[in-house]
Design a protein around this ligand. Structure first.
Ligand code: ZN
Ligand code: ZN
Length: 333
């Protein structure tokens, strides 16, 4: 056999490398090698294998892995809850007294209730189905009417009313019916994590920043499980780790909330913002017309009418429907 002659495998690797260089995507290198490792020698068999990977296997993996980030968010929230109420709170009560401790705990419960309420409302509310209608404009993928503001989500493979984006963390599309819950989730998460950092500041101060022998964790909370193993520095490690998760939640929640706050003030969704050619940032004009921004917020939160209060509709969990739902659905906007 001529050693200069490229083998089938080396030709495939070469072609695949060229594909990666051109498209930036390992579209056939790995599948081809996999195919050959299980005995496919015919290029036809290899093509079929790749087709199967792309059409059946990849969507199946996506579907299986879709809930993973959502489960992970829930896990982190439970970890923070256990940390705050069973590790930090007894220490804060010992340092600041039962009255302050009870107050801190009550505000903490308020934040947790709102965070979970809006997280689950975002994840399990239908973001906005487009009814069957043959009017134009129509979506070339759904072959159905595409009302103003709606967009075809590639992940969900359907059109969503007033779609903002598809959130991979929550595993849900953000559209007309759950956008408010999503923004409120970000706000409660961000401000709740900032609150948790301040509520546990004594515990952080005496055990991590300015380590005090007198006010050390195990002197204050003697019966804690963390103090069963002497000399293991468990309170120190736990407090550092717990506060790091809170800091991460605060940065993530607040930065995403600020981005959404610009969009809401400007009365648009992330997709409209990109489509209307303003780049990735909403117009800074919103600062010149605060009344307009205020009106957009009131409509977004559903508190524009005199009988709709900020307390019951925003500060407390509320499942009220968005304004203009019918208009968006029927394409009258
Ligand atoms: Zn569509
Ligand atoms: Zn989607």
């Amino acid at each position: 056999m001529d050693s200069e002659q490229p083998t089938d495998l080396s030709l495939s690797v070469c072609l695949s490398s060229a594909t990666i260089l051109q498209t930036g995507r390992p579209s056939s290198l790995v599948p081809c090698l996999l195919c050959r490792s299980v005995g496919c020698s015919e290029s036809m068999a290899c093509d079929k294998f790749i087709q199967w990977l792309e059409d059946d296997f990849a969507p199946w993996i996506e579907r299986v892995l879709e809930p993973v980030p959502f489960i992970f968010i829930n896990f982190l929230l439970v970890v923070v809850f256990v940390f705050e109420f069973f590790i930090v709170l007894p220490n804060e009560i010992a340092l600041r007294g039962i009255v302050v401790g009870t107050g801190l705990a009550a505000i903490g419960v308020y934040f947790f209730v709102n965070i979970f309420y809006h997280l689950y409302k975002t994840a399990f509310t239908d973001p906005g189905r487009v009814p069957k209608d043959n009017r134009s404009p129509s979506c070339d993928k759904c072959v159905n009417h595409k009302p103003y503001g709606s967009h075809h989500c590639r992940t969900c493979d359907k059109c969503v009313l007033r779609m903002d984006h598809h959130c991979l963390f929550i595993g849900a599309c953000i559209g007309l019916y759950n956008h408010r819950h999503f923004v409120q989730f970000l706000a409660f998460l961000g401000f709740g994590c900032v609150y948790a950092l301040f509520a546990g500041i004594y515990s952080l101060w005496y055990n991590v920043i300015w380590r005090s022998r007198e006010y050390a964790y195990c002197n204050m909370v003697e019966d804690s499980v963390l103090c069963a193993v002497r000399g293991a520095h468990l309170p120190f490690i736990t407090i550092v780790f717990g506060n790091a998760i809170c800091l991460f939640g605060a940065i993530l929640g607040l930065s995403m909330f600020v981005w959404q706050a610009f969009l809401v003030s400007d009365g648009m969704t992330a997709i409209q913002c990109r489509k209307e050619g303003k780049g990735d940032m909403p117009s800074w004009q919103i600062f010149k017309d605060m009344n307009w921004a205020k009106k957009n917020w009131k409509e977004f939160l559903g508190i524009a009418k005199s009988n709709e209060s900020f307390l019951t509709r925003v500060l407390l969990p509320s499942g009220h429907k968005p304004y203009y739902a019918e208009e968006y659905t029927l394409g009258k906007v």
